[in-house]
Design a protein around this ligand. Structure first.
Ligand code: NAP
Length: 491
């Protein structure tokens, strides 16, 4: 199919991270060239453009955390650092000549569906409008930092920044620095910052389970072999993928017996890493393994053996101009404050007003929690496809397995629309409801609802973020775009 065959079928892709770029690549491979990728920042890369903090790296093996169709024999480590992943995405952008399709530095302010015409009208931040027959949203679920609402935080006179917005102009060397948070970002930044600063105070609200990472440098001979025989890397990828699927039930199901296996390994890791018994006990979690996101690190626990690192477990009472006061009455003097406090969940609300059929907004449709059919399509929002939508996050393996499955699904729908001159496809409400009722039933058996608090959960404790099963099962479910599940209106 040539470019000229699809001008009547403009497609807008939102976001230039793994999801948006992956969609663009697959459209190109299918010969569909009438698409534009709209990205609010000035570069591609998504989370791997935004997260540049010291120690930032992927905590999923790179052989699996990359496109299946674009293996990279040059990863320097088993778990590659952020800049290699960003460069990988830039290289993919160039290799597949996606830059001609891009509008960088413009945000979508509003999306409104024109029922009469069967088109989406997107109002952009530069005052222009894009009209698209189909929209593929690849905006990501963890993009905008969550800033904690701590008393006095705005009166802090020193430097304050979030891990996802690292201030590289500020030199932490020799300073007294505080890190708030002990999640996936914190456990990466703490060991690196500890090496530089005069004193590091880590403010822990909830102790986290940390599993050994076993990272390693990839030998030059291995890279050479991967280049010569790509099937070898493909085999390694497959093995690592199936290993993660095997681990799945241990970290997904609400089974103390299964979680106990990982708790024992992590506890041994803690016991053998931290010298001081008091600190060790403060670092010991009291929730079921897997309830919060799986964390892996080899250097987080040992950081607490350093003389310049302090673990603070008394709650933060107030932040003053030059210190943090804790509930035990201690004042911790600091020069800089690093917020490793996570993200606003992208699925909690629509990213901007999205107005579908009958003038209904996505926020309204999602007022009881984000729902979609197979995570991709939402009833009332024809021709709108979401990559990494509701209930499609993994708790145990690479998110890209899910991302690619959704891209294939959206592509099938788009190809059918083009081939059969279809004006709209919209998932049937009853089909979507049945799917989500089934998901939420299964959710009750997962560890995520076993009592801890996490970004996975909405305020009412419901989980609209993760998929309550294994990746291969999800992939099989979305493999075929089934026309019977949709209202299809011809042009
Ligand atoms: P997070 O998991 O949401 O952790 C936020 C941390 O900040 C938690 O320890 C939380 O404590 C603490 N916190 C939040 N508000 C606080 C307050 N007011 N006072 C004290 N402590 C507060 O955020 P994250 O570490 O940035 O990770 C978010 C997600 O990003 C991860 O789960 C993962 O999906 C992704 N990520 C991935 C990688 C990777 O390598 N692939 C790396 C980093 C992040 P509580 O636990 O008590 O709530």
């Amino acid at each position: 199919m040539q470019a000229s065959s699809t001008p009547d079928f403009p497609i807008a892709i939102l976001g230039a991270g793994f999801a948006g770029l992956g969609m663009g690549i697959q459209l190109k491979k299918a010969g569909i060239l009438s698409f534009v990728i709209i990205e609010r920042e000035d570069d591609v890369g998504g989370t791997w453009r935004d997260n540049t903090y010291p120690g930032c790296a992927c905590d999923v093996p790179s052989d699996v955390y990359s496109y299946s169709f674009e293996l990279n024999p040059d990863w320097s480590r088993a778990f590659s650092p952020w800049d290699e992943i960003r460069d990988y995405l830039r290289d993919c952008t160039d290799k597949y000549k996606l830059r001609d399709h891009m509008r960088l530095g413009v945000a979508v302010n509003e999306a409104r569906f024109d029922e009469e015409a069967g088109f989406w009208n997107l109002s952009l931040s530069d005052g222009s409008t894009v009209t698209a027959r189909a929209v593929v949203s690849g905006l990501g679920g963890l993009v905008d930092p969550a800033y904690p609402d701590i008393k006095g935080i705005h009166s802090f006179a020193g430097e304050v920044f979030h891990t996802a917005r690292w201030n590289h102009d500020y030199d932490v060397a020799g300073k007294r620095v505080a890190v708030i948070g002990t999640g996936a970002s914190a456990i990466q930044v703490v060991p690196e910052v500890a090496k530089e600063v005069a004193k590091l105070s880590v403010f822990q609200r909830t102790a986290a389970w940390v599993f050994p990472k076993r990272d390693y440098i990839v030998k030059e001979s291995t890279k050479k072999r991967y280049r010569q025989f790509p099937f070898l890397q493909r085999a390694v990828r497959l093995i690592k993928y199936w290993m993660s699927e095997f681990v799945g039930p241990f970290v997904i199901l609400d089974s103390p017996r299964l979680s106990g296996v990982f708790e024992r390994i992590s506890a041994r890791h803690l016991d053998s890493s931290v010298v001081d018994a008091t600190i060790r006990e403060k670092l010991r979690p009291d929730f079921q393994f897997g309830c919060k996101r799986l964390l892996i690190s080899d250097d987080y626990y040992p950081a607490f053996n350093r003389d310049n690192v302090e673990l603070v477990t008394s709650g933060i009472e107030e932040i003053h101009a030059n210190s943090i006061e804790t509930a035990d009455g201690v004042d911790h003097p600091i020069d800089a404050l690093i917020l490793a406090t996570g993200y606003q969940l992208g699925l909690a609300t629509a990213p901007f007003p999205i107005i579908g059929r009958d003038g209904r907004s996505l926020d309204d449709a999602w007022s009881d929690g984000a729902v979609a059919y197979k995570g991709v399509s939402v009833s009332g929002f024809p021709n709108w496809f979401i990559i990494m939508g509701p209930n499609t996050g993994p708790g145990h393996t690479s998110v890209l397995v899910y991302t690619e499955a959704q891209i294939r699904h959206a592509l099938q729908a788009i190809r059918k629309m083009i081939a059969e001159d279809i004006k709209t496809v919209e998932v049937k409400q009853d089909v979507q409801d049945t799917y989500n009722t089934g998901l939420q039933k299964r959710m009750k058996h997962t560890v995520w609802t076993s009592g801890c608090s996490s970004w996975y959960l909405n305020e009412d404790g419901s989980n609209h973020s993760l998929y309550p099963g294994l990746a291969f099962e999800y992939v099989l479910r979305v493999r075929n775009f089934k026309p019977a599940d949709y209202q299809i209106v011809p042009s």
